[in-house]
Design a binder for this molecule. Structure first.
Ligand code: SAH
Ligand code: SF4
Length: 359
């Protein structure tokens, strides 16, 4: 039985594999344990981060992603600063303690300053009280430092696949998509003083359970403060779509993602784990399932609706209209029904980060 494994202080790779493979009663025990750990170490609060997809312009060509540079079917946009700030103001007035600004990967002064202005404006309108996360890809240490000075506190940069071989199957083999640059960026984010988040996609073609076990151990070895991971979802205008017959059904990818969240919670007890949008790709309640499995952060999409249809990282990307009072209240009700409360007006830094800073 897995009872002993679930009580251990440390998990080995064979332990993680055993947990990834469990089903039925054992799976229930896994989720029960991760729920206990979550309650004990991070509590019952869910932190909301208002997500604004500020631009879908991207210079990269990741094989899985719908907004890759090579996809000519995408109408490209960059949301004017004033419109981003209206969305920020809305979230702030709703009591959201923090925001996430995400975009395709772009470089150059124009983009650096654009993000800089959005940061400055957000700080001004909230009198410096909003906790801001960026997710704008690989940048130089100087750019990371500049954005940090202007108020960004956290940064999300998924490693996507911690196994180099798998990483290289998912990306073109060139300098722009180098596995080592990705690793270096993660370490630069740490040097620049961010709370660092990473993550992976689950259920990718070529990916094995062993890869997934290694991904979790990678996150632990990087001493990461927060994680966002979810199922890989196909997008028809991408090269990886060709391998669609070699991926598990989406339902299984979601189940595997929930187990990954549960095991990560047991492995890294005091970090922030996001219940990601891709978990809702079949069932709108997917995000709630993520919370029950061990996550404690949700990122409601507050991108102005005229842009959202152009930010399809994958097909059928789900969308809750958080601007509508009815759906916002319904969403909040679901969170309460699941036994959580919302941490309004709080940054919700992970206890892991606070401990790291205290040392
Ligand atoms: N350009 C930035 C941030 C935007 S993409 C970056 O790449 O870091 C944000 C995340 O979307 C990526 O890290 C990737 O993990 C996820 N993503 C892209 N395509 C996806 C797909 N088809 N299915 C699931 N997640 C996907
Ligand atoms: Fe661009 Fe990020 Fe998509 Fe890669 S995953 S193509 S960097 S938006």
């Amino acid at each position: 039985m897995i009872d002993d494994i679930l009580q251990q202080e440390q998990l080995t790779k064979p332990d993680i594999l055993r947990l990834l493979e469990c089903t039925g009663e054992e799976e229930k025990k896994l989720f029960k344990r991760s729920d206990e750990v979550r309650k004990e170490y991070v509590g019952n609060k869910v932190y909301l981060r208002g997500l604004v997809e500020i631009s879908n312009v991207c210079s990269k060509n990741c094989y899985y992603c719908g907004i890759r540079a090579g996809n000519r079917n995408v109408k490209r946009y960059t949301i004017p600063e004033a419109d981003v700030l209206s969305a920020v103001e809305f979230a702030y007035n709703q009591g959201f303690g923090s925001m996430v600004f995400q975009s395709g990967e772009q470089s150059g002064n124009g983009f650096t300053n654009y993000v800089g202005n959005v940061l400055r404006g957000s700080m001004d309108l909230s009198e410096g009280t909003l906790g801001i996360t960026l997710s704008c890809g690989e940048q130089s240490l100087d750019v990371y430092r500049y954005w940090k000075e202007l108020g960004a506190r956290r940064y999300l940069l998924r490693i996507e696949a911690s196994n180099q071989n798998l990483y290289e199957k998912l990306h073109p083999m060139d300098d722009k998509h180098s596995y080592y640059n990705r690793l270096e960026s993660l370490s630069n984010l740490r040097i620049a003083g961010y709370q660092v988040g990473t993550g992976i996609m689950i259920g990718l073609p070529f990916q094995t359970l062993e890869n997934l076990a290694d991904d979790l151990l990678f996150m632990q070895s990087q001493d990461i403060d927060m994680v966002g991971m979810g199922p890989y979802v196909l997008h028809r205008d991408t090269p990886l779509y060709e391998h669609r017959h070699h991926v598990f059904p989406l339902k299984d990818r979601i189940n595997l993602s929930l187990k990954m969240i549960a095991i990560l919670r047991i492995l890294m007890k005091d970090i922030n784990i996001a219940s990601t949008t891709a978990l809702s790709a079949i069932d709108p309640k997917g995000k709630i399932l993520g919370l029950k499995a061990g996550a404690n952060v949700i990122m409601p999409n507050i991108t102005p609706s005229r842009y959202t249809s152009n930010y399809n990282l994958y097909d059928n990307k789900p969308f809750i209209d958080i601007y509508s009072n009815t759906s916002r209240l319904k969403f909040e009700e679901e969170i309460h029904e699941a036994g959580f409360s919302v941490g309004y007006g709080e940054w919700g830094d992970s206890p892991h980060f606070r401990k790291r800073m205290a040392q």
